[in-house]
Design a protein. Sequence first.
Length: 680
Amino acid sequence: MAELETEVRYIRGIGEQRAKLLRKLGIASLRDLICYFPRAYDDRSVFRSIDSLVPDETACIRAMVVSPPRLSHIRKGLDLVKLRVSDDGGSMEITFFNQPYVRDSLKPGQYYDFYGRVGGSPRRLEMTNPIFEPEGKNELTGRIMPVYRLTASLGQNLFAKTMRQGLDEIEGIIPEVLPSSVREAHKLAHADFAYHNIHFPADSESLSLARRRLVFEELFVLACALRFLKERRIEKSGLVPKDADISKFYSALPFSPTGAQRRVIDQMISDMRSGKPMRRLIQGDVGSGKTLCAAAAAYYVFCSGFQTAFMAPTEILAQQHFGTLEKMLSPLGMKVSLLTGSMSQKQKREIREALAEGEIDILIGTHAILSSGVDFKNLALVITDEQHRFGVSQRSLLTEKGENPHMIVMSATPIPRTLALIIYGELDISVIDELPPGRQAVETFGVDEKYRTRIINFTRKLVSEGRQAYFVCPMIEESEALNLKAAEKYFEQMRTKIFPDLRVALLHGRMKASEKDEVMASFMRGEADILITTTVIEVGVDVPNATLMVIENAERFGLSQLHQLRGRVGRGSHKSYCILFCEDGPANPRVGIMCKTNDGFKISEEDLKIRGPGDFFGSRQHGLPEMKIADLSADMKVLTEAQNAAIELLAGDPDLSAPGNQALRRRIEELFELNQGAFS
Ligand code: ADP
Ligand code: MG
């Protein structure tokens, strides 16, 4: 009897050679093999009578060989085997190219099942190179067949055969990970049934039962694992800041915080005072004022003499946060510093020294603050902004800089709650569900080229009223170099031909950090009317006087990206506009959604539907195990169900010690092992 971890080359019937081919697909063990799920299915379950066939369809027939197969050598490298078959209703000719052995395997007078594409004309039907097997064998025909994602050197039939050999081995050794209470409550099939039927479904109902069970299992195990982690983390103790008077922070602000901001700040304070390290995700739509919440937490730990690290994904953002936080926090006596990759060695050294001495209270920077040699005296709080740009492992690198420091993660890409629970499952989640007062929804229009002149005039009008505008220029290619050229050409045209009388500036990703800062700072000071830019501007940039966002070739952007870009305007009290240039104007589905709503959560739900969860859930982004079967856009309902089931199970058995939960516990441990980096 084999184990699931047995290497495939030791499975009966699978030799070294095939194991090598399987390796290319990432299949090493028996478990890998049976978890290599079909990408589609081919329904060959219905046998058709020959007289009902029409050319160009693909079908199964059961027919008798009525003429002895004839082999002919047409020329070197081309052999044909031809034969005639018939059933009750009709007959047809079958041809095999370059399969001379077929002559001896098809015997006149015997019935076979064939599956293939029908050719010829309605009066002279034929089939070329069909798949066949003796009548009733039901391995390749007469059933629903799996279709796998394969390489050229390993065909579907051979792979299906391999899968059968694998499945023959799992009888009795496949652990039932789902506790029987869960299986019963959610009407889920047994593991054994599920693995057989996901590959070789007995019928379509069995297939959907199998799939549901496996999707549920995958999401359930993950949900349990993440909750388990949360518990484990809670065992550690965190630094507890002394109680501080946050109203001092509030009264130093030029405006009063929204109710949502206050609520989130209160949540963070009670987290930090709980004795456990805080791990909190702050989700809020663009412009909801996440920075202020982070600043409040930094002030709070500062009152106990602790330091904060604040990490932003780009230099522009780090620079901007530095400006904002310095204004907000230095009047309160905090020393705010910036560390970025582009600073001189000397500047960096000075910062590092001051940091180690504890002279700096909050250090803002890009990932440069992760580099070794950057040591804090007593780091108590780590904040990462625009989380989707950081991997989970970077997140953990930062927390290693202190003793279980508190952690705040700010995400500017609102994602549906269910999904957030999975992706950020080990974090507690706060949502800022209220925008600062006086914000008006950004009015959005999808337009085609016919509107160009009008938009140009509109831009002039806004600029004459003292406002500023962004023009995001076309993305041409994957290649940075080509994009750069496009941006520069576009810039020249805007500057010299379209707006020769206005102040037009250019910002793109290839500029040196110092140049970027320079351009951004001058735009912020109002020294340019129009900023031509690429998507470097996408995240976080805050210039409240800018009220127009024009996006060229909007069809090339994803919804979340469009929403981020639009979020650069509508940040002050002036009415703001977003113009989406697009070949098919408002008829473009994404543009249509953008025109309909400003709500980031709704948009991300739509995005998920259109784009699939890959971008949200690609393992590269967050270090979670890759989903083998669950499709998070289609399986949202199962996700919620699995999540609730996980919560319920762990409530009853928090350390999974009940005998019926042991297989689950082992599975979770395996998952931990495999993804240790992600979970530390
Ligand atoms: P985001 O959540 O997108 O990071 P920011 O923190 O950059 O948003 O805040 C967006 C803008 O709103 C900033 O200009 C900030 O000063 C302003 N702002 C934040 N909170 C409030 C508030 N309570 N009242 C008024 N303006 C606010
Ligand atoms: Mg922000």
